[in-house]
Design a protein around this ligand. Structure first.
Ligand SMILES: NC(=O)c1ccc[n+]([C@@H]2O[C@H](COP(=O)([O-])OP(=O)(O)OC[C@H]3O[C@@H](n4cnc5c(N)ncnc54)[C@H](O)[C@@H]3O)[C@@H](O)[C@H]2O)c1
Length: 449
């Protein structure tokens, strides 16, 4: 099938590459000429495991094209995907200007029937707006062409995006049109061989399903962070509690890790957008407000621990901290809404310096903060420790899980760790003379044997 994808970011590029990988012909359109030039030169603009070889291979085979020419893109595919960003507006609602711009572009250039598929995360009712934009422009052009608007939200996880797309838990399709449904079934048939993963529903329910999934996951994290803060005050260890509740299959072990807050391009903006969606229909979203508030507070937790440990914010001035992990989660270079940013900015405000290392997000950090002289970006995790007063961990990269504690002790001025991801065993570290702060790990507790 011939497919056009507008937006060549995390979602658009992965979608395009994976659809090409199973044999479809794909044209990816982006307004960013540098990105398109790099892709045409075989350079992948993001770090995403497994993406590079399939982009290169399918590009070389002629099944995956990259262009900035929107008219060429509209002419190419019978299916037109919208996979552009939907960042938060000033008030937190999703900014739909890019989605509308693509809808208008498609309407201006189309000269045959099209199925317009919205893959971006958009508020309920956006599909109807897209339909209206296209209808208005076609009417202005004085042409009558068949088109349909389908919702097909994306559930891939950054860091595992290719695998998630290739082996989806579910493929949500929102349409009430039998032809569009049949086309979507054909498009996704290669991903459905093992068993049918497609769930077809009305367009509005599909749009809400995406927000519901992200809000549920964010709720699990904020719930555990709330409990972690309680555990700390009560002298309990949240890691024991986590194991204790995870064993209940109704709760499960997934996604109940306490930490220094969730970030990334999706959870924060999608929870905020759902709050705005609720207000727009006169519903007060009590639970969602709390999820958001807990997360905002949690992103300051590491800094609070530092202030407590050093006996006041002013004591941080002139200190140097080693920071391991900058990306909002492991296996990505994405720094959007990362907890590390909140922490670094608080440290800089207090007059401290940061020596940071991340396995993938160094280039992105350089782009964001490279001009600062109170930030040193260093090439290895060990180099970050040299001469630092203490170590802080913001991202649970595998490479940080089993460090050489003896070597660390030699590099640091004091053997002190502020661990925002609970990577280490506080009991063992305490025995070895470390001062160790995790999230929600009360001091006078027993470990589960
Ligand atoms: N990143 C994720 O993990 C993820 C997962 C599921 C869903 N989503 C949703 O998917 C959407 C895209 O997210 P992303 O992370 O891929 O965004 P992104 O910012 O990485 O990429 C968006 C791309 O769209 C391009 N663009 C903007 N206007 C355009 C236009 N008029 N024509 C063509 N290209 C245009 C931008 O240049 C950019 O390259 C968002 O709604 C997001 O919420 C993201």
């Amino acid at each position: 099938m011939k497919v056009t994808i507008f937006g060549t970011g995390y979602v658009g590029l992965v979608t395009g590459a994976c659809l090409a990988e199973v044999g479809h012909e794909v044209t990816c359109v982006d307004v960013d000429p540098r990105k398109i030039a790099r892709l045409n030169d075989g350079v992948i603009p993001i770090y995403e495991p497994g993406l590079e070889p399939i982009v290169r291979e399918n590009h070389a085979q002629g099944r995956l094209h990259f262009t900035t020419d929107a008219a060429e893109g509209v002419a190419f595919g019978e299916l037109q995907f919208i996979a552009v960003g939907t960042p938060p507006d000033e008030d937190g609602s999703a900014d739909l200007q890019y989605v509308r711009a693509v809808a208008a572009t498609i309407a201006e250039h189309m000269d045959g029937p099209k199925i317009i598929i919205d893959k971006s995360t958009v508020p309920v009712g956006t599909g109807d707006q897209v339909r209206q934009v296209v209808a208005d422009i076609l009417a202005k052009r004085g042409v009558e062409l068949d088109f349909d608007v389908v919702s097909n939200p994306e559930f891939l996880k950054e860091g595992a995006a290719v695998n998630d797309f290739m082996k989806p838990d579910r493929i949500i399709v929102g349409t009430s049109d039998p032809h569009s449904e049949a086309v979507m079934r054909e498009l996704y048939a290669p991903f459905n061989r093992n068993h049918d993963r497609m769930v077809v529903m009305d367009l509005r329910s599909a749009e809400l399903t995406k927000y519901a999934a992200n809000a549920m996951l964010a709720t699990k994290i904020s719930f555990m962070n709330e409990l972690a803060n309680l555990a700390e005050r009560l002298g309990a260890d949240i890691e024991n509690v986590r194991l204790g509740i995870g064993s209940d299959p109704r709760i499960g072990y997934h996604f109940i890790y306490p930490g220094c807050g969730y970030g990334g391009s999706c959870f924060p903006k999608d929870v905020q957008a759902l709050v705005r969606i609720a207000h727009a229909v006169d519903h007060e979203p009590l639970l969602l407000d709390a999820v958001e508030a807990v997360n905002r507070r949690q992103k300051s937790r590491l800094f609070e621990l530092l202030v407590e440990h050093y006996g006041g914010r002013e004591q941080l001035a002139g200190k140097t901290f080693a920071l391991w992990g900058l990306a909002f989660k492991p296996n990505t270079d994405d720094m959007r809404e990362a907890s590390s940013r909140v922490l670094m900015e608080s440290l800089w405000d207090a007059g401290a310096r940061v020596q940071a290392f991340d396995p993938e997000a160094m280039e992105e950090t350089q782009r964001l903060y490279g001009q600062r002289d109170d930030l040193s970006l260093v090439g290895t995790r060990d180099a970050a420790l040299k001469g630092a007063d203490a170590l802080i961990i913001c991202t649970e990269w595998k490479a940080f899980r089993a460090p050489d504690f003896d070597l660390m002790r030699e590099s640091l001025a004091e053997p002190t760790i502020f661990d925002g991801r609970n990577l280490y065993d506080p009991y063992r570290l305490a025995e070895e003379g470390w001062t160790y702060y995790g999230i929600g790990r009360g001091k006078s507790v027993r470990r589960i044997d």
